[in-house]
Design a protein around this ligand. Structure first.
Ligand SMILES: Nc1nc2c(ncn2[C@@H]2O[C@H](COP(=O)(O)OP(=O)(O)OP(=O)(O)O)[C@@H](O)[C@H]2O)c(=O)[nH]1
Ligand SMILES: [Mg+2]
Length: 406
């Protein structure tokens, strides 16, 4: 574990900047640490959820193993997937529709990269200049498209299953969860959607097509919530469009994937120093920059001032901590040194779903640890925690198990 099983799916129409965003978010700082992820499919990478590390608060110098700590900011790896552009009617297989949708099956949060500059049409064809397309349309369209895809899958053999559920008095949520497990949908998601829409779970045959479509939509919202990224905010007209999104009640993250990519690339070359998510950078080797590059970084500096960052890291953190409802928990073996058995200080941090109890957390680390679990210690307060203690973000925890040696 480490990423809490979270998979972020990058979606959007062609040319919205998905791959630029992906490259910026995943550009390998991997050489600094050895992550437990060696083979990764080509379009899957590791991004980082970032948060203030607990090291400063405890006044220690840490040696992270499953994550990075850069200037006191903990970088926690999360899987992210970049898929082909989504065009209208993808659910019917148009464009790379089927492939796109297949790749998204296991994602549990979607990052919708919107070209806020409005330079491309619905199919991602260039319109010659910015401001020629309304990006608000893209937001509506994508939600609709994914809902249609869910609906299509639900509708397959619907009559047959609805009859079986009624005749054999089966549990609708369990049956549907089994049928939709490939989409990462759980029975708890289904129960919530049924309740929210006031559908009768005992009489699925009474659900109309309209009910079923609303159900598909609600299931999508619950199982794959979307974070909207107003990308290309560096292009002047994008700001206007972003404001229009706000007026329409759309809580988008303004971002420039291009600026982030430049900052990360030049940081990797050692020419500048920039920590993901920060609103400033430092030029370390001014002589290594051409006039053109100097101008580029002057523009990026303005952008960072104005938007308090490039927005890329903000979008990922929103996907992980807000919309994805994850929290970060730091387990240690030695509560006084905050270390593991080998003396590594604050070696690990794990992302877990909000609501996870300390005993469930023990089970995620090691099944044996849950079996022999006695109690845990909140390292911050030194208080003993019972097994049903619900973990909080940035908790530092020592788990005490029967027969434990450490
Ligand atoms: N100005 C500006 N241009 C951007 C930004 N992000 C991406 N672009 C440009 O937009 C174009 C498309 O970017 P890609 O990242 O290839 O877009 P994509 O969504 O992956 O496209 P497909 O793979 O075809 O679906 C490229 O010319 C990028 O340089 C940004 O933040 N600002
Ligand atoms: Mg791409």
């Amino acid at each position: 574990m480490g990423d809490g099983g979270l998979l972020i799916g990058i979606v959007g129409k062609p040319n919205s900047g998905k791959t630029t965003f992906f490259n910026a978010a995943t550009a390998s700082e991997a050489k600094v640490a050895d992550y437990p992820f060696t083979t990764i499919e080509p379009n899957v990478g590791m991004a980082f959820a970032t948060q203030l590390c607990v090291c400063k608060e405890f006044g220690v110098k840490d040696n992270p193993r499953n994550s990075l700590c850069i200037d006191g900011i903990r970088h926690i790896p999360v899987k992210i997937i970049d898929v082909a552009g989504l065009v209208p009617d993808a659910w019917r297989g148009r464009g790379l529709g089927n492939k796109f949708l297949d790749d998204l099956r296991q994602a549990n949060v979607l990052l919708h990269i919107v070209d806020a500059s409005g330079s491309f049409d619905a199919d991602g064809r260039p319109l010659g200049k910015p401001g020629m397309w309304d990006p608000l349309k893209d937001i509506k369209f994508l939600e609709e498209e994914i809902a249609r895809w869910f609906f299509q899958i639900l509708k397959r053999d619907w009559e047959k299953w609805a009859r079986r559920i009624e005749v054999e008095k089966l549990d609708t949520a369990e049956i549907l969860a089994e049928r939709l497990s490939g989409l990462g949908i759980k029975s708890l998601h289904i129960r919530r959607a049924i309740e929210d829409l006031d559908l009768n779970p005992e009489k699925p045959r009474s659900w109309s097509d309209e009910d079923l479509f609303s159900f598909a939509k609600r299931l999508r919202e619950i199982s794959k919530p979307i974070v909207i990224v107003a990308n290309k905010i560096d292009i002047p007209i994008a700001e206007e469009n972003y404001e229009r999104m706000r007026e329409a009640g759309i809580d988008a993250v303004p971002a420039s994937a291009l600026a982030e990519l430049a900052l990360i690339k030049y940081t990797e070359k050692g020419i500048i120093k920039y920590v993901r998510g920060s609103d400033h950078f430092e030029i370390l080797k001014p002589n290594a920059l051409s006039d053109r590059e100097r101008k580029l970084f002057a523009k990026i500096e303005e952008l960072l001032d104005k938007w308090k960052g490039t927005g890329v890291q903000k979008a990922i953190n929103k996907a992980v901590f807000e919309v994805g409802q994850m929290i970060a928990v730091y387990p240690v073996e030695d509560p006084s040194k905050l270390s593991d058995k080998k003396g590594n200080v604050l070696p690990d941090v794990f992302l877990v779903k909000r609501g996870t109890t300390v005993k469930e957390f023990a089970a995620l680390i090691h099944t044996d640890l849950a079996k022999t679990f006695l109690y845990a210690i909140d390292v911050r307060t030194k208080k003993k925690l019972s097994e049903d203690y619900v973990l909080k973000d940035r908790d530092v925890i020592k788990i005490v198990a029967a027969g434990a040696r450490g």
